[in-house]
Unconditional design. Structure first.
Length: 172
Protein backbone atom coordinates (compact mmCIF):
# COMPACT_ATOMS: atom_id res chain seq x y z
CA UNK A 1 0.00 0.00 0.00
CA UNK A 2 1.42 3.38 -0.98
CA UNK A 3 1.31 6.58 1.07
CA UNK A 4 -1.28 7.88 -1.38
CA UNK A 5 -3.48 4.82 -0.72
CA UNK A 6 -3.16 5.28 3.04
CA UNK A 7 -4.37 8.87 2.71
CA UNK A 8 -7.54 7.56 1.08
CA UNK A 9 -8.42 5.15 3.89
CA UNK A 10 -11.34 5.57 6.24
CA UNK A 11 -10.26 7.39 9.39
CA UNK A 12 -11.66 5.87 12.57
CA UNK A 13 -11.96 7.66 15.92
CA UNK A 14 -9.99 5.53 18.38
CA UNK A 15 -9.59 8.27 20.98
CA UNK A 16 -13.09 8.32 22.43
CA UNK A 17 -13.21 12.09 22.07
CA UNK A 18 -16.02 13.77 20.16
CA UNK A 19 -14.72 15.58 17.10
CA UNK A 20 -11.48 13.64 16.67
CA UNK A 21 -12.60 11.92 13.46
CA UNK A 22 -11.29 13.98 10.58
CA UNK A 23 -12.79 12.30 7.52
CA UNK A 24 -14.83 9.37 6.36
CA UNK A 25 -13.80 8.53 2.82
CA UNK A 26 -12.42 5.73 0.71
CA UNK A 27 -12.10 7.40 -2.67
CA UNK A 28 -14.08 5.72 -5.42
CA UNK A 29 -15.91 3.51 -2.94
CA UNK A 30 -17.35 5.38 0.03
CA UNK A 31 -17.83 8.86 1.33
CA UNK A 32 -19.74 9.50 4.51
CA UNK A 33 -21.74 12.61 5.10
CA UNK A 34 -22.40 14.15 8.44
CA UNK A 35 -25.64 15.51 9.86
CA UNK A 36 -24.73 18.45 12.12
CA UNK A 37 -28.13 18.28 13.84
CA UNK A 38 -27.57 14.83 15.30
CA UNK A 39 -26.08 14.03 18.69
CA UNK A 40 -22.79 12.07 18.59
CA UNK A 41 -21.23 9.62 20.99
CA UNK A 42 -17.63 9.77 22.21
CA UNK A 43 -16.46 8.04 19.04
CA UNK A 44 -18.27 10.44 16.68
CA UNK A 45 -20.98 7.93 15.77
CA UNK A 46 -24.16 9.81 14.99
CA UNK A 47 -27.16 8.89 17.13
CA UNK A 48 -30.18 8.79 14.85
CA UNK A 49 -33.23 6.88 16.13
CA UNK A 50 -35.44 8.40 13.44
CA UNK A 51 -32.94 7.19 10.86
CA UNK A 52 -33.59 3.64 12.09
CA UNK A 53 -37.33 4.17 11.51
CA UNK A 54 -36.65 5.47 7.99
CA UNK A 55 -34.32 2.55 7.25
CA UNK A 56 -36.80 -0.05 8.52
CA UNK A 57 -39.52 1.41 6.30
CA UNK A 58 -37.33 1.63 3.20
CA UNK A 59 -35.92 -1.88 3.51
CA UNK A 60 -39.34 -3.38 4.27
CA UNK A 61 -40.94 -1.59 1.30
CA UNK A 62 -38.14 -2.72 -1.00
CA UNK A 63 -37.94 -6.40 -0.01
CA UNK A 64 -41.35 -7.05 1.59
CA UNK A 65 -39.87 -9.49 4.08
CA UNK A 66 -39.83 -9.49 7.91
CA UNK A 67 -36.81 -7.75 9.41
CA UNK A 68 -34.53 -8.39 12.35
CA UNK A 69 -32.19 -5.85 13.89
CA UNK A 70 -29.07 -7.81 14.74
CA UNK A 71 -26.92 -5.08 16.30
CA UNK A 72 -27.98 -1.86 17.94
CA UNK A 73 -26.14 -0.35 20.86
CA UNK A 74 -24.11 2.49 22.25
CA UNK A 75 -20.39 2.37 22.86
CA UNK A 76 -19.48 4.57 25.81
CA UNK A 77 -16.92 5.08 28.53
CA UNK A 78 -18.62 3.49 31.55
CA UNK A 79 -17.41 4.16 35.08
CA UNK A 80 -17.69 1.71 37.98
CA UNK A 81 -18.51 3.73 41.11
CA UNK A 82 -17.47 2.99 44.70
CA UNK A 83 -20.66 0.95 45.23
CA UNK A 84 -19.82 -1.21 42.19
CA UNK A 85 -22.64 0.33 40.16
CA UNK A 86 -22.65 1.62 36.62
CA UNK A 87 -25.11 4.44 36.07
CA UNK A 88 -25.56 4.29 32.29
CA UNK A 89 -28.67 6.37 31.73
CA UNK A 90 -27.18 7.45 28.37
CA UNK A 91 -27.38 3.82 27.16
CA UNK A 92 -30.95 3.46 28.41
CA UNK A 93 -31.91 6.69 26.64
CA UNK A 94 -30.24 5.54 23.42
CA UNK A 95 -31.96 2.14 23.38
CA UNK A 96 -35.31 3.55 24.49
CA UNK A 97 -35.37 6.08 21.64
CA UNK A 98 -34.39 3.43 19.09
CA UNK A 99 -36.97 0.93 20.37
CA UNK A 100 -39.65 3.63 20.23
CA UNK A 101 -38.87 4.09 16.53
CA UNK A 102 -39.00 0.33 15.94
CA UNK A 103 -42.39 0.27 17.68
CA UNK A 104 -43.57 3.16 15.50
CA UNK A 105 -42.49 1.34 12.33
CA UNK A 106 -44.41 -1.77 13.44
CA UNK A 107 -47.61 -0.15 14.73
CA UNK A 108 -47.96 2.89 12.48
CA UNK A 109 -46.39 1.64 9.26
CA UNK A 110 -46.99 -2.12 9.35
CA UNK A 111 -43.30 -3.04 9.12
CA UNK A 112 -42.76 -6.64 10.21
CA UNK A 113 -39.91 -6.70 12.73
CA UNK A 114 -39.45 -10.02 14.48
CA UNK A 115 -36.33 -9.33 16.50
CA UNK A 116 -34.13 -6.72 18.11
CA UNK A 117 -30.72 -7.65 19.45
CA UNK A 118 -28.89 -5.03 21.51
CA UNK A 119 -25.12 -4.86 21.14
CA UNK A 120 -24.14 -6.36 23.49
CA UNK A 121 -24.99 -8.35 26.59
CA UNK A 122 -21.53 -8.09 28.15
CA UNK A 123 -18.63 -5.70 27.69
CA UNK A 124 -16.24 -6.97 25.05
CA UNK A 125 -13.02 -5.85 23.47
CA UNK A 126 -13.57 -3.21 20.81
CA UNK A 127 -11.36 -3.79 17.79
CA UNK A 128 -10.48 -0.09 17.68
CA UNK A 129 -10.72 1.04 21.31
CA UNK A 130 -10.09 -2.00 23.51
CA UNK A 131 -11.95 -1.91 26.82
CA UNK A 132 -12.31 1.88 26.85
CA UNK A 133 -15.42 1.61 24.68
CA UNK A 134 -18.06 -0.49 26.41
CA UNK A 135 -21.34 -1.71 24.96
CA UNK A 136 -22.73 -4.30 27.32
CA UNK A 137 -25.48 -4.51 29.89
CA UNK A 138 -22.90 -6.23 32.11
CA UNK A 139 -19.67 -4.48 33.06
CA UNK A 140 -16.44 -6.50 33.08
CA UNK A 141 -13.96 -5.15 35.62
CA UNK A 142 -10.76 -4.98 33.59
CA UNK A 143 -8.81 -2.57 31.46
CA UNK A 144 -6.60 -2.92 28.40
CA UNK A 145 -3.54 -3.24 30.62
CA UNK A 146 -4.94 -4.82 33.80
CA UNK A 147 -7.02 -8.01 33.67
CA UNK A 148 -8.00 -7.62 37.37
CA UNK A 149 -10.52 -10.18 38.66
CA UNK A 150 -12.82 -9.98 35.63
CA UNK A 151 -15.75 -9.49 38.01
CA UNK A 152 -19.07 -8.83 36.28
CA UNK A 153 -21.46 -6.10 37.43
CA UNK A 154 -24.95 -5.53 36.08
CA UNK A 155 -25.38 -1.98 34.82
CA UNK A 156 -28.55 0.07 35.27
CA UNK A 157 -29.31 -0.69 31.62
CA UNK A 158 -29.34 -4.41 32.46
CA UNK A 159 -32.26 -3.96 34.86
CA UNK A 160 -34.03 -1.57 32.51
CA UNK A 161 -33.79 -3.96 29.55
CA UNK A 162 -34.86 -6.85 31.76
CA UNK A 163 -38.07 -4.90 32.38
CA UNK A 164 -38.48 -4.22 28.65
CA UNK A 165 -38.24 -7.96 27.95
CA UNK A 166 -40.64 -8.89 30.77
CA UNK A 167 -43.18 -6.41 29.43
CA UNK A 168 -42.67 -7.54 25.82
CA UNK A 169 -41.62 -4.02 24.88
CA UNK A 170 -44.67 -2.32 26.38
CA UNK A 171 -42.66 -0.69 29.17
CA UNK A 172 -39.93 1.47 27.71
Amino acid sequence: MTEQDRAKELVINKAGEVGSTEKEVIEGIYKGCSNPYLERNDWDWEIDPEGLWITLNRIYQRYEMPLIITENGLGAIDTLNEKHQIRDDYRIDYLKKHLEQVHLAIVQDGVEVFGFYPWSFIDLISTTSGFRKRYGFVYVDRTDTDVRELTRYKKDSFYWYQGVIRGNGKRL
